[in-house]
Design a protein around this ligand. Structure first.
Ligand code: NAD
Length: 417
């Protein structure tokens, strides 16, 4: 028997929330580069169910019968359920959307821990250096939501450039103030668009933007093949500084590691083309929060959009919640119901390997055998980026529920979409 400690986000809180809108999902067996989608022996859920919140248990309850399986959303602070169970856990599972931060101190307390699974992509919530020293394996479900995020990035770019959010607010509040809607609205066509990081998400964003007749740029520590550069008519930059000087739209798609922490600071943002748009669905800490806010206020940034913050949940008074020209959401792009089905299956695949003593797929590995491994070796640098994560304890759930805007729900029709 093993002890599996799993942190998931809370179940739906609003009384008007309905479980799901569609009754089925498209079936995918491979990702764009040919990698297979997760291959557990079976799954005990119907793809499309809400699996990422506490009652969904990532669809693992039946599979883990006979083991000690603890599922909680209480993750921050010394009194959390997570901290109570951590010293005896063999496996920790959490999602980047509601991360169980595994700081140096927490890893030191987790004497039995052998495996940290990220149900999603991006394992920066774990002190990877401390995990390596303690010989803990860190694995994630590589590719499970890369396309989910790429779709979201394209949506956010269009959202900002076309000034969607303020126009939507005018419509829902009963107005018809066209000049107010369009005074900041442009076409994306012809704009210079660049990605920092051209891995699975960055490349998928570039591919999706090509039909918009944009001029495409990228910076990555690994150069793409000449064939891909030619196919997408890409311009490669050998530094982030070179890319941001030219681009009207910059999208961040690299992991958070010591070399990307606070990469978009005051100085780099000041060197961007004035009036550019910055889209960050990678990790909040890649940007300096205050520098982004000030740039949105002065107009150096025409807009900032994304779904990632630091820490998570973000403090109720985080400056990005209220700064001008933002199109922010909580961390959601990688946890669509479609993505949940893939990462729940991927977590089960990893657990099956662990319990049966079989190797975990190389591409799922971030840390193993005392150092970076697999995707970790390709996309991260050694070190720790969890510092400050204990601030997540200050988020007040009740304040958020009282002050959040009312959610307008449409009547949901199931089936036959
Ligand atoms: P990936 O490993 O396929 O690609 C990451 C790319 O970033 C690699 O090509 C790597 O070389 C590049 N990179 C690393 N350091 C860099 C640096 N200093 N400068 C430029 N490029 C650098 O991963 P992916 O699937 O594309 O995901 C990327 C990141 O996106 C994840 O690590 C995660 O942080 C984030 N993500 C967010 C969500 C979400 O829900 N918002 C979901 C999935 C992933």
């Amino acid at each position: 028997m093993v002890k599996v400690l799993c942190v998931l986000y809370d179940d739906p809180q609003r009384s008007t929330s309905t479980p799901t809108a569609r009754s089925e999902l498209p079936h995918l067996s491979r990702y764009p580069d040919g990698q297979t989608t997760p291959t557990p022996s079976k799954v005990d859920f119907v793809p499309g169910e809400l699996l990422g919140s506490v009652s969904g248990k990532l669809g693992l309850a039946k599979f883990l019968e006979g083991h000690d399986f603890v599922v909680t959303s209480s993750k921050d602070g010394p009194d959390s359920v997570f901290e109570q169970h951590l010293p005896t856990a063999d496996v920790v599972i959490s999602q980047p959307f509601w991360p169980a931060y595994m700081s140096t101190e927490r890893i030191a307390k987790a004497k039995n821990l052998k495996l940290c699974i990220t149900a999603g992509i991006g394992s920066d919530h774990v002190d990877l250096e401390a995990a390596a020293k303690a010989n803990i394996t860190v694995a994630e479900v590589t590719y499970c939501n890369s396309i989910s995020v790429a779709e979201h990035v394209v949506m956010l770019i269009l959202n900002l450039v076309r000034n969607f959010v303020p126009s939507h607010e005018i419509a829902t509040s009963g107005g018809w103030h066209i000049a107010d809607c369009v005074s900041r609205a442009y076409d994306l066509e012809g704009m210079q668009v660049g990605t920092v990081g051209a891995g699975r998400i960055g490349l998928a964003v570039l591919r999706r933007l090509k039909p918009f007749d944009t001029k495409l740029h990228y910076f990555d520590q690994h150069r793409l093949s000449a064939a891909v550069e030619e196919e997408l008519n890409l311009r490669y930059h050998n530094s982030v500084e070179s890319l941001v000087r030219i681009c009207d739209v910059v999208t961040i798609n690299c992991p958070l590691h010591p070399k990307t922490e606070h990469l978009f600071n005051k100085e780099l943002i000041a060197s961007m083309k004035p009036g550019s748009y910055l889209i960050n669905t990678a990790r909040g800490k890649v940007c300096e929060a205050q520098a982004v806010k000030e740039a949105c206020e002065t107009g150096q940034l025409a807009g900032y959009a994304g779904d990632v913050w630091f820490p998570q949940p973000a403090p109720n008074d985080h400056p990005w919640r209220s700064m001008p020209n933002n199109a922010m959401t909580p961390h959601v792009s990688g946890t669509s119901l479609s993505a949940q089905a893939r990462y729940a299956a991927g977590v089960r695949e990893i657990l099956e390997c662990f319990l049966e003593g079989r190797p975990i797929r190389e591409e799922y590995l971030i840390v193993q055998g005392g150092g970076l491994a697999g995707t970790g070796k390709h996309s991260y640098t050694e070190g720790n980026t969890t510092e400050g994560s204990d601030e997540a304890v200050h988020f007040d759930k009740d304040e958020a529920l009282q002050e959040g805007p009312p959610v307008k729900m449409q009547k949901v029709v199931t089936g036959g979409c």
